[in-house]
Design a protein around this ligand. Sequence first.
Ligand SMILES: [Zn+2]
Ligand SMILES: [Zn+2]
Length: 371
Amino acid sequence: MPPARSPRTCGARIPVTANLRAHSLAARPDVPGMPRGSVVCELTEHGPEQHAGLIRPLARPEGGAVWATWTTPAEVVCLALYECGKHGEDQKRPCALFGAHPGPCTYNRDDALVEDPSRAARIAAALDVLAGADQQEGPAVQAAAHDAALLTWDELRARQIWAALPPCDRAAMYQLLARADSVRATHTSGASELAGDVAQMTRLWAPSSPRRLPHGDTAAHLLDALDRLPPQWQTLVLGGQREHRHLDRMPLDEAVEWAARHASEGLAPPPAAPDWNAEWDRKEDEKRGATTRERLAKLPNSWRIDAVRRIALGTDALGAVANAALSINVIRGYGIYRAWNAPPPKRPSPPAVGNGTKIPDRLGRPRPGPA
Ligand SMILES: [Zn+2]
Ligand SMILES: [Zn+2]
């Protein structure tokens, strides 16, 4: 007999409008916590009952969060609730839901989302809106950016591509989520570029796809070679990968190879050619290269590989690493905490006490101790 399939995560998703954001703040106005930009139902797959997704983590030592519950996106109710508090057998995976939630806890289920045949059609419709963003109103463009990026991420999880996706490609997806947050109808080039990059991500579920984005392996090797260079060579190579050079920009792979050849002979970078343009370029290369190198070093390794992939394809190096760092901060708004935003390891919480509560008031009182 085949093993029983673990239940999946529901994954129904709604964008957070200004109105819903205000409701999430009003559910516990006295406790700070940033509302998310999108809400996904985190219940284990379920029947026609209400969906429930975390909309605003509450910044207080006792934990808790504001949850959005809905049957149709037009009627969403926000409630402040305690955490479920139950753990899997190994105590390491706390249930991600609220107390007295319907259905099973999250530690025994598949993180993959339920397949939804309408999702791919919604992504395609959103990409059409983004491609013609100059003909659209601002809110329609923002809603399309949300659907294009967030639902694509969801679809990768529903099709079980996400779990096996190389970490550098996940970093690329996270950056699309961050860009969706800033797309505005007034900057139509941003909307159409996002549409192009999301469309590339959607090709990962084409039957012939190798299920990874192009150039990831090359970028990983290039980063290795770059890391092996002495610091002054790294600075010069990265500094040269910028827009507005007077002299031609050497492609990244050639620049790394050139530097590696000289460095292996123990040579320091030769002085710039004695002409005004070359000397100016050298000064700028060293200045921007030092900043780029420092910022690149702070990124998680998968994000560094993705940044090198972008630089090798012609993106300004400092721009690529600055965008990656910015994205790591923006994706907190979708509940994704990476690198310097990752939470410190949690102490195991006490065993669950009785049932959780759906009464917002209770959150204001001390939590009862273990029985
Ligand atoms: Zn649901
Ligand atoms: Zn639970």
